[in-house]
Design a protein around this ligand. Structure first.
Ligand code: NAD
Length: 354
């Protein structure tokens, strides 16, 4: 079992059965336990959890519809009503068993209900293992605007067991790789090369050391700046364009979070090159690596206007100016760069297919 110390909790990486989860459940033996899943993690992950831990045999299970379009306040409201029906108190325990949608929503549900009760994250997607379950950001979307409502609050424990990935579809594995690529691009050029190499050669056999190194990047940034006053903003690299793309695609059949972020990273790398912050060679290396793995979507001029409108409402903006992260080199990122509509349009147009 590998243990990384986070802000007031431990991240344990390894077989869940050998982790401290059982001990934690015994500490909560006298209270109600709730497990939050979505339809897919109910099907693929829940029975393992319930059959492996006797303490969970009488846990209430709350099942949410799967998919980013359901990460909405209305659904959170329904769950809060269920919690009232189950008589949940501030002493009870919520276990989030799922991807980033479940840890974001579950963390928010537990943080606000009766002013907060404890929750544990057991991520089941690659993206949530390397990113979403760590760092205390919880919340929901507001229509197409991503993560507009939420709070910072940490789980009491986080257990990462990569055996859950056995049932994760390939496109979701790919989605998780995008955030791993990001961790390399913003923090460590050698990590970027290792992630790309693994993705090219053996994407489903995720090396534990690589997983750990990506988790360490996220954890070290969020422990230094838990509420995103400065440094933590670098984790948003790829997300200014990425969130607009993801939000815009929500009603066009959807695009995984990671796919949108991957495209967003290419666009923000392009902007870094246009501003002469990175060289053309560096930009070409990034574009070649990412575009081989993630298809650039087609979009019209009307789509560009809609995506620019979404970017104007991004949480990272200050005083109505759009702010983004840009690369200083591969492995180093800076934040709070102001960008105007003309520049956004130039970048979108550059990647527009005829
Ligand atoms: N809080 C943060 O710091 C943070 C960081 C990055 C992303 N996010 C959020 O995380 C979300 C994206 O995370 P995600 O990609 O995990 O999304 P997700 O939770 O929607 O999971 C993706 C899909 O995989 C399925 N799935 C999950 N685990 C499975 C398993 N073991 N077997 C089979 N299917 C499984 C889910 O049901 C879903 O259909 C977005 O909402 C994003 O905004 C949050």
């Amino acid at each position: 079992m590998q243990i990384i110390q986070a802000n007031n909790y431990n991240v344990e990486i390894g077989n869940l059965m050998e982790s401290s989860f059982s001990k934690l459940l015994s500490e909560y033996s006298d209270v109600k336990k709730l497990i939050l899943v979505d339809e897919n993690t109910q099907e693929h992950c829940l029975s393992y959890l319930i059959t492996s831990f006797d303490e969970l045999s009488d846990a209430e299970v709350v099942v949410l519809p799967a998919g980013e379009e359901n990460k909405q306040l209305g659904i959170v409201g329904n769950v809060w009503e269920m919690l009232t029906e189950y008589g949940i108190t501030r002493h009870d325990l919520l276990i989030n068993l799922g991807g980033g949608m479940i840890s974001d929503m579950g963390g928010f549900i537990a943080s606000c209900y009766k002013r907060g009760f404890p929750f544990v994250n057991i991520p089941t997607s690659l993206l949530s293992m390397v990113d979403a379950s760590i760092g205390g950001k919880t919340g929901v979307n507001l229509g197409h605007f991503k993560n507009q409502i939420g709070v910072f609050n940490n789980p009491i424990a986080l257990y990462i067991d990569k055996s859950f990935l056995a049932t994760l579809p390939d496109h979701e594995i790919k989605s998780g790789y995008a955030e791993m690529i990001k961790h390399g691009l913003i923090h460590n050029a050698e990590l970027f090369d290792r992630v790309m190499e693994m993705m090219r050669t053996n994407p489903n056999e995720i090396d534990v050391q690589l997983l750990m190194d990506c988790i360490q990047v996220k954890n070290s940034v969020v422990t230094q700046d838990p509420t995103e006053k400065g440094l933590r903003k670098i984790l948003n690299f790829g997300h200014t364009f990425g969130h607009a793309i993801e939000g815009h695609w929500m009603e066009r059949g959807g695009m995984t979070h990671g796919h949108a972020v991957a495209i967003g990273m290419v666009m923000e790398a392009k902007l870094s090159e246009l501003r002469r912050m990175i060289s053309s060679q560096e930009y070409d290396k990034i574009e070649n690596a990412i575009i081989q793995q993630y298809e650039m979507p087609s979009y019209s001029d009307t789509d560009i206007d809609a995506m620019i409108a979404l970017m104007s409402n991004d949480k990272k903006n200050i005083s109505e100016t759009v702010r983004t992260c840009l690369l200083d080199t591969i492995g180093k990122c800076s934040f709070d760069h102001v960008i105007g509509n003309a520049e956004m349009k130039e970048v979108f147009r550059f990647f527009q297919k005829n």
